[in-house]
Design a protein around this ligand. Structure first.
Ligand SMILES: NC(=O)c1ccc[n+]([C@@H]2O[C@H](COP(=O)([O-])OP(=O)(O)OC[C@H]3O[C@@H](n4cnc5c(N)ncnc54)[C@H](OP(=O)(O)O)[C@@H]3O)[C@@H](O)[C@H]2O)c1
Length: 269
């Protein structure tokens, strides 16, 4: 840890103790970027922070917090201000996926997804804009999903939250350009990050195999494209093809196909 970090810049990554967020942390640290990692309490974040700091010789701060709690986004911002953590890259990665029949699911299931995928991401962007503008040229990378381009039965809330992330990021990018802040959104298809995603990807058989991407590869592509100022990042040619053909196929054909395909996914809580 460095005692005086007044002139150092940090990349803040949410949901960074595992999965895609941890891959972002490794990718950024391997480029010599200092990190401010934010994760749920009890997910091994202090150990991850130490490992990364020692491996890449960068400064790594961390905060354990549940981002679905009402004042958590403000607490993250206040933590950075109090600790003199000057952020020039915000990666909003934390997000909850899942498959569930909407009418059978607990109301809390939807609430959590809306609070994390939409509310926390939006408020973090809002709180950090002045700091990012002060540190420009700076960047925001929001993690969306390919599902943002589709209406997906059994993922009604998830796909809708990611459609929000996509649209929010695209319009915010235009608004923030004059402030020297570039906003990108990455929309991956499957990424095998935990038991749940393994099972969901496998349920799509060859579609799952063709469209999935390794989280380290995803992180590398996403960071490269963010620094190039790319607005919407869709890793893998087949996923770009699916996005484009999805726009051309009428809903009366597309929706029954998606219903059959996503009915196969194992439900999650
Ligand atoms: N995996 C995929 O197939 C896939 C595909 C497309 C998009 N994505 C998106 O990529 C992002 C990361 O997905 P993942 O598969 O790596 O994650 P994951 O293993 O499904 O875990 C969920 C992520 O959200 C964080 N999180 C969960 N609840 C939280 C809470 N209450 N407060 C703060 N953070 C919380 C977790 O971070 P900590 O445990 O570190 O707190 C973790 O990073 C998500 O936005 C997801 O929607 C994933």
């Amino acid at each position: 840890m460095t005692p005086n970090n007044a002139y150092m810049k940090y990349t803040l990554i949410t949901g960074s103790s595992s999965g895609i967020g941890l891959s972002f942390a490794h990718e950024c640290a391997s480029r010599g970027m200092n990190l401010a990692l934010v994760s749920l309490p009890g997910t091994g974040l202090p150990d991850r922070a130490l490992e990364i700091s020692e491996k890449y010789k960068v400064d790594v701060k961390y905060l354990e917090i549940d981002l679905t709690v009402f004042d958590a986004p403000l607490k993250v911002y206040s933590w950075c201000c109090d600790k003199n953590i000057s952020v020039n890259f915000l990666i909003n990665n934390a997000g909850l996926a899942g498959t569930s029949c909407f009418s059978d699911s607990d109301p809390e299931y939807s609430d959590k997804r809306i609070l994390l995928n939409i509310r926390a991401l939006t408020l973090l962007c809002r709180y950090f804009i002045p700091m990012l503008a002060q540190n420009s040229k700076s960047f925001i990378l929001n993690v969306g999903s390919l599902s943002a381009f589709f209406s997906i039965p059994y993922k009604c809330v998830y796909s809708a939250t990611k459609a929000y992330v996509l649209n929010f990021s695209k319009s915010l990018n235009i608004e923030l350009k004059p402030k020297g802040i570039s906003v990108s959104v990455v929309c991956p298809n499957g990424v095998e990050t935990n038991e749940g995603t393994f099972a969901r990807i496998n349920s799509h058989k060859h579609w799952g195999r063709w469209t999935k991407i390794d989280s380290r590869k995803l992180a590398k592509i996403s960071i490269n494209d963010t620094f190039k100022g790319k607005r919407v990042i869709i890793p893998k040619m087949i996923n770009r093809f699916l996005m484009i053909t999805g726009r051309m196929i009428p809903s009366f054909i597309k929706l029954p196909f998606l219903e059959r395909e996503f009915r196969k996914e194992p439900p999650s809580n």
